[in-house]
Design a protein around this ligand. Structure first.
Ligand code: 1PX
Length: 215
């Protein structure tokens, strides 16, 4: 058979996925959330194998969520709200230390949620950057203001080293496959409110149930 041409994918589609996470009553759909991360990981992989230790962890967490969703009680995982209620009501979350439930949906999703904050910060920096701005610096600053606080020294070190391998702003925008710089900036402006909204709602949900520090 003829080889299928590599499908060109645009980061716009990925970021727009976060729009479809929100239901009319402000709940967050697990499947769309996980799909958003899938797309982000795919994009990250296109940046080079130096990021593979990061994507490996992300894929692992995505897979845990998919397994919950495909399980016997998958319907309980339809939204983040129903997941939190189901896992807490049934004592399926390790609150003090990782023990019987090391892969609860709540603790796994919390890691992705913290990474979403990094994404929000990084995208905002990209959106407001100028020609001379360095992606590695923007990425590191966003990381230090979010995820880094939750990572051990060795992870921080490895992550910060990997960021140095990021392509420059022009090449990075090109990889996003969205079009001109103006189009990238416009797309980011469009997509960011949804990402922020999803982050905010999840943060509030976790705060209400005291889940923001799950081991
Ligand atoms: C236009 C920009 C789009 C960029 C898309 C990039 C998508 C990045 C996806 C990163 C997902 C990272 C999830 C990390 C979850 C995590 O914090 N895991 C740690 C804790 O888990 P545990 O189960 O042990 O409690 C775990 O220790 C993580 C290890 C791997 C290193 C994580 C470094 C995270 C850096 C995030 C920034 C990615 C930069 C990509 C460059 C574009």
């Amino acid at each position: 058979a003829d080889s299928v041409p590599e499908e060109k994918f645009s980061l716009k589609e990925v970021l727009i996925t976060f729009q479809s996470c929100l239901t009319d009553n402000q709940e967050i759909l697990t499947d769309s959330y996980v799909n958003g991360w899938r797309g982000l990981v795919r994009f990250m992989n296109s940046l080079g194998s130096i990021f593979s230790f990061i994507s490996k962890d992300a894929v692992n967490k995505i897979q845990i969520m998919v397994t919950h969703r495909n399980g016997e009680n998958g319907d309980k995982y339809e939204t983040l709200q129903s997941m939190v209620k189901y896992e807490l009501d049934n004592n399926l979350v390790d609150l003090q230390r990782r023990a019987e439930h090391p892969e609860s949906g709540c603790r796994t999703l919390l890691r992705l949620h913290r990474a979403l904050r990094w994404l929000e910060l990084f995208l905002e920096k990209l959106r407001t950057s100028t020609e001379g701005s360095k992606t590695s610096v923007m990425c590191t600053d966003a990381y230090n203001d979010s995820l880094a606080q939750h990572h051990a020294w060795i992870i921080r070190k490895a992550a910060t080293m990997a960021f140095c391998a990021l392509p420059g702003r022009a090449a990075f925008f090109h990889t996003m496959n969205v079009g001109s710089t103006e189009q990238v900036v416009a797309m980011l402006g469009e997509a960011m409110p949804f990402i922020s909204k999803v982050y905010e709602i999840t943060e509030e949900l976790y705060k209400q149930h005291n889940l923001l520090e799950l081991p």
